[in-house]
Write a protein that binds this ligand. Structure first.
Ligand code: CFM
Length: 544
């Protein structure tokens, strides 16, 4: 390893890391690292531009819009207007799974792209986009389409929103354009917001249908490795009716009916909280935060749903399911826990999973020593209480803040306004406390982590496993530390709910307790390395 750091306390380690940066970078990065002191109010810098020159794990606005929120909807054709590389990048690698509904269509396996070439950049690409829409329509006759702009399309001024509007009239199906050019924001987070706006404006509310009792929408669940199907299995047992999922294994028709549900539950707060707010403002549907990753947290989330509906029979059924499922999962996990107890993990994910998976590691007797997100906002770390204090900068201003007006006919809150106000006051609705309160003594919370920071933290904490994504996974494995991808799950899953917790425990045990990692010697441990030093001028020297 190129950076050797003896085991340091969290505060000392963060200070040591920033000494390796030039002063300006050090000042910036220091604000993105929090040595956790449980029980105290701490602040982190987030949703800011990555320092140029630093390798970030982040994606772009197009990735957030097409890859994350729209892409998982199975029965829409999603056309990418750009060079083929952008399409390839968002094609299947996230492992969001989906099935056609009875008699319906599923386009998840396909990759629709305008394959822009240099002459399209010079003479404009709208013509090619129109042709692609016509071709896809003729071939597949989908019920709806989405169009996604990439950086090159945006830079030459192609108007995907306008083309969508025109072609929608011509073909008679909804065709929704998303101006989600990669550069629209500092990360994929901007794309989530754009996608929420478009879905809300053009799809939600199209189909009024009375929903049965105990009806919910599942927001921010993307069916990676089949997570949503495990959640559906549990909900069905409990008698919870899912009207729509945003957007794992999602369907256009179901999202069009989402405004009929009585409650929204949010799994990934970062990517979808905008939708929850708009659904509440326009249709009166309240929302509550859940975590369906981890045994205890799944049970806690089910109880929260039970408490909201406040029906004795329904709650009793939920308790039966919890007892049965927990016992079965615990029987499988107990022997694995004996081998995992006391081990440590580091978690680096996008905007919410580094929080959710801490609960599952806790179920396995493991401790999370460093947790970081690529593009979370301060509210995901510190809780929604900080939202009023977050300054809107030029980058966030790029994305329209849609204000949904109350629908005069279809605004039907499931409880009286007083009751909803009381539940909000008690923190049972519209509340997310963020990741920080769940972090342990001597841990570090870090935003948009750099490779240098990862290496130094690994050297100091010497974790038993690092959970991250494909961009950095192999660096850890070359260091002799097993890694588990928490984005696409490394061909495995589901990890949600009760069955998922068992799958995860097995996967982690296979990695952490595999002797192969101790046999690995990195090349730099075998051969002498060239020693070099970086000269960094201090600001004082520069000014002199
Ligand atoms: Fe939400 Fe996600 Fe995530 Fe996310 Fe993502 Fe993802 Fe993620 Mo990868 S929507 S923020 S943009 S939970 S693709 S399913 S794993 S970075 S932590």
């Amino acid at each position: 390893m190129s950076q050797t750091t003896a085991t340091l306390k969290n505060e000392a380690l963060v200070e040591e890391i920033v000494t390796r940066y030039p002063p300006k970078v050090a000042r910036k990065r220091r604000k993105h690292m929090v040595p956790v002191k449980p029980g105290t109010e701490q602040k982190i810098a987030a949703n800011a531009r990555t320092v140029p020159g630093i390798i970030t794990q982040r994606g772009c606005a197009y990735a957030g819009c097409k890859g994350v929120v729209l892409g998982p909807i199975v029965d829409m054709v999603h056309i990418v207007h750009g060079p083929i590389g952008c399409s390839f990048y968002a094609w299947g690698t996230r492992r969001n799974q989906g099935k056609a509904r009875k008699g319906g269509q599923n386009f998840l396996e396909y990759c629709f792209s305008t394959d822009m070439q240099p002459d399209n950049i010079i003479f404009g690409g709208e013509k090619k986009l129109r042709k692609a829409i016509e071709e896809a329509y003729e071939l597949f006759k989908p019920k709806a389409m989405s169009l996604h702009a990439t950086c090159p399309a945006g830079l030459i001024g192609d108007d995907v929103v306008g083309v969508g509007r025109e072609m929608s009239e011509e073909l008679g199906i909804p065709i929704i354009g998303f101006a989600c050019e990669g550069y629209k924001g500092v990360s994929q987070s901007a794309g989530h917001h754009l996608a929420n706006n478009g879905l809300f404006e053009h799809v939600v509310g199209r189909d009024d249908k009375k929903a049965p009792a105990f009806s919910i929408n599942m927001l921010g669940e993307y069916n990676i490795g089949g997570d949503a199907w495990e959640i559906e299995r549990i909900f069905e047992k409990c008698g919870i009716n899912i009207i729509s999922t945003f957007s794992g294994n999602g369907s256009f028709d179901e999202i069009a009916q989402s405004h009929n549900a009585q409650l929204n539950i949010i799994q990934c707060h970062r990517s979808i909280n905008y939708m929850a707010e708009m659904l509440e403002d326009k249709f009166g549907i309240p929302w509550l935060k859940v975590n369906l990753i981890g045994l205890k947290s799944t049970s806690k989330s089910l109880r929260k749903i039970g408490e909201f509906f406040d029906d004795a029979k329904f709650s009793a059924r939920i308790e039966e399911v919890i007892a049965e499922e927990e016992a079965a999962a615990e029987a499988e996990i107990a022997p694995l826990r004996e081998r995992l107890e006391g081990k440590t993990a580091m978690l680096f994910t996008g905007g919410s999973r580094a929080h959710h998976y801490q609960a599952l590691f806790k179920d396995l007797g493991m401790k999370t020593v460093v947790a970081g997100e690529e593009f979370a906002h301060r509210d995901d770390y510190e809780g929604r209480k900080v939202i009023p204090t977050i300054k809107i900068d030029a980058d966030s201003r790029n994305i329209t803040e849609l204000k949904a007006e109350r629908d005069p006919e279809r605004y039907h809150p499931p409880k009286s306004e007083e009751e909803i106000a009381r539940l909000k006051k008690e923190g049972k609705l519209s509340e997310y406390e963020g990741m920080l309160p769940d972090m342990v003594e001597n841990s570090i919370l870090v935003d948009d982590i750099t490779h240098l920071e990862q290496e130094m933290m690994i050297a100091s904490y010497n974790p038993d496993i690092v959970c991250s994504g494909v961009k950095d996974k192999y660096i850890f494995e070359k260091m002799g530390i097993p890694s588990k991808q928490l984005h696409n799950y490394d061909y495995s899953g589901p990890f949600a709910g009760y069955h998922g917790a068992v799958n995860f425990a097995r996967d982690i045990d296979m990695r952490v307790n595999n002797p192969v990692w101790k046999m690995i010697q990195a090349p730099w441990q075998k051969r002498p390395m060239i020693k070099a030093e970086m000269m960094v001028e201090t600001e004082k020297e520069i000014r002199a």
